[in-house]
Structures are given as C-alpha cells and as structure tokens.
Design a protein around this ligand. Structure first.
Ligand SMILES: [Zn+2]
Length: 165
C-alpha cells in the first residue's frame, strides 16, 4: 500500500501526549496510548502506514522503522509547529476530530444533546459536534475560542474551516 502523503496518519510515542492532543485539534489522525511498548508502536506504524512521531533516537534506529519524524522541541506548542511545518494541516479538518479518542466528529443538534450539555450552553450555542465513539460533545465555548486563538497566535495556523462546529 502506498502512503497518501496528502493525508498522512501518525502514531505518537508516550512522551508526546500533549502534542498528540493538539495534533488532533488540528485534525491529524494520531494514534496514541499510554502506557504502550515499543513493539506496539512500531507495529502500529508499520501495519497501518502511520508516521512514527517520537523523541526517542534509539527507537528510530530499530530495524523495520518506516516513515518517522524525530521531534526535537520540548514545549508541546513548539513541537506542534515542527509538525505543521513538515505536514501542513488540512484546513477542512481543523477542529473536526475528537481530541480524546481520535474519532471524526459529526454535527449534532441541540435536541440530541439535552442530557450531555449544560442548560446555559444549550441556550447560547447552536452548533455542536459529537463523537460517536466516546460520546464527547464539542461546542464553541470559551475553551474552544481559546484553542482557536492559540492556534492562530502561537502556532500560526490561520486557515481553518469550522466545518462541524
Ligand atoms: Zn471521542
């Protein structure tokens, strides 16, 4: 199978939990588990043609490692900038993925979400995204706006199509 470089998928090592979450915010498909052993990481990368994201120079020297990216920065936002430079995000996917479990969100109406969303949110917000796997609901609250601001100001990601929310 040939890796589609327009839409690569990733697997992140245990040290990159924060990066993995922020990558999901930007819409990247990132497999992450903690704890996880090296064999599983390598197998996930190899069998699913995922780019291995790691800080471990020893790991990338292992036999059979495919495409990988060695993360050099310490700060998660600097790490995110490294990723964005190497693999520019697709604006159509930004903010379209569940940060907790990596599943694509579907749009949802208020009527479906009454039990999951605080009442004041239901009154003030009209657009919601929902993860069908873990049930988490997303809306354009303060936290969401803060994330958008961080992406713009800190990471320099300007283009985002707020597809689902
Ligand atoms: Zn989820």
């Amino acid at each position: 199978m040939v890796q589609d470089h327009l839409d690569p998928c990733f697997v992140a090592d245990m040290m990159l939990g924060k990066l993995a979450r922020w990558m999901r915010v930007l819409g990247y498909d990132v497999w992450y588990k903690n704890p996880v052993d090296d064999e599983t990481l390598l197998a996930m990368a190899r069998e699913w043609h995922r780019v291995l994201m790691t800080r471990d120079t020893r790991l990338v020297r292992r036999r059979g490692v495919g495409e990988y990216m060695l993360i050099r920065e310490n700060d998660p936002m600097d790490q995110l900038m490294e990723v964005v430079r190497a693999y520019p995000p697709d604006p159509g996917h930004v903010l379209g993925r569940c940060v907790r479990c990596n599943t694509l969100l579907v749009s949802a109406g208020k009527e479906d979400l009454k039990e999951r969303v605080p009442e004041h949110v239901c009154l003030t917000e009209s657009k919601f995204g929902r993860c069908l796997k873990c049930g988490r609901v997303y809306w354009q609250g303060t936290h969401y706006r803060q994330m958008v601001r961080t992406l713009r100001e800190r990471v320099g990601v300007e283009e985002m199509q707020e597809r689902l929310l």
